[in-house]
Design a protein around this ligand. Structure first.
Ligand code: C2E
Ligand code: CA
Ligand code: CA
Ligand code: CA
Length: 278
């Protein structure tokens, strides 16, 4: 950088420049990744706590990078959001997840629910509603089998507009979940106004369930959900005692390493075929 001269910002801010270069590199790599089909979905089972059966799965994005290997979403979703690339990537996720769920249905695994994460940027995309409708139609997935996961942050800005869009989404026949419930700008008022079906209890509460405060929060979220006639799913369940606690307190479903990590499609189908005790 030195030979570019003293007035060059590269000279004065080598660290920042390095960071900017890294971002550019990732951004163009993300652009290529879609074309080169480097994205894959893994699927994590959602298990009914009463029956112990798999009733659905969450689609989780991974980037199979030729040099870096399997890249976790937290390392690139933020940048994909900032650059807007998340809209295209998200469309790919939705289509792939719905097609996969439909194919498992065709293979005799029944009506499984597929949960897909929706980023805030996608939520403000005018095409959202029509592209979801199109994917449902093209894949032939029954709308009731699609569960869109939203985060509380979405409801902070234009509440009236959000309510309207959620009602339109609901009219397609799908389910709506609040992800990471309790960690965002939770407000009880949106729960009254928004056509939500599921609360997902954030992992941070579940992982400390043996502590009084977290246990109280988990029990309260379950009660809140049920009083509002919503289903409740606990995330990040890792131990048998957490399973017992959640079951005892009437939590409907759970998701977590205790039952299974997110799996590549072929392994997930094997799990469906073999079954597994909770
Ligand atoms: P999330 O939606 O809260 O997804 C749950 C995360 O917790 C996943 O991480 C999952 O692998 C992890 N997890 C599941 N069970 C356990 C457990 O028992 N213990 C622990 N410690 N972790 C568990 P992952 O796959 O790395 O995804 C991270 C985040 O990236 C997701 O959090 C979600 O916000 C985002 N993400 C993933 N896929 C997509 C996508 O297709 N679109 C968008 N917009 N965001 C996505
Ligand atoms: Ca999620
Ligand atoms: Ca979550
Ligand atoms: Ca505590």
């Amino acid at each position: 950088a030195k030979k570019l001269g003293r007035n060059n910002t590269q000279f004065y801010e080598p660290a920042m420049n390095e960071e900017a270069r890294e971002r550019l590199r990732i951004e163009s790599a993300l652009r290529n990744a879609l074309e080169r089909q480097e994205f894959v979905l893994h699927y994590q089972p959602q298990v009914d706590l009463q029956s112990g059966r798999i009733v659905g799965m969450e689609a989780l994005l991974r980037w199979q990078h030729p040099e870096l290997g399997m890249v976790a979403p937290n390392r690139f979703i933020g940048l994909a959001e900032e650059t807007g690339l998340i809209v295209e990537i998200g469309a790919w996720v939705l289509r792939t997840a719905c097609a996969q769920a439909r194919s498992w249905m065709d293979n005799g695994h029944g009506m499984l629910r597929i949960a897909v994460n929706l980023s805030p940027r996608q939520f403000s995309e005018p095409q959202l509603l029509s592209s979801i409708a199109e994917v449902l139609q093209e894949t032939g997935l029954p709308p009731a089998c699609l569960d869109i996961e939203l985060t509380e942050g979405l409801f902070m800005h234009d509440v009236a507009q959000a309510v309207e869009l959620l009602h339109k989404l609901k009219a397609l026949g799908l389910a709506l979940s609040i992800d990471d419930f309790g960690t965002g700008y939770s407000s009880f008022s949106y729960l009254r106004h928004f056509p939500i079906d599921v609360l997902k209890i954030d992992r941070s509460f579940v992982s400390d369930i043996s502590e009084d405060d977290e246990a109280a929060i988990v029990v309260s979220i379950i009660a809140l959900a049920h009083n509002l006639k919503l289903r409740v799913i606990a995330e990040g369940v890792e131990t048998e005692s957490q399973v017992d606690y959640l079951r005892r307190h009437g939590c409907d479903e759970m998701q977590g390493y205790y039952f299974s990590r997110p799996l590549p499609a072929a392994e997930f189908e094997q799990l469906l075929r073999q079954g597994r005790d909770l």
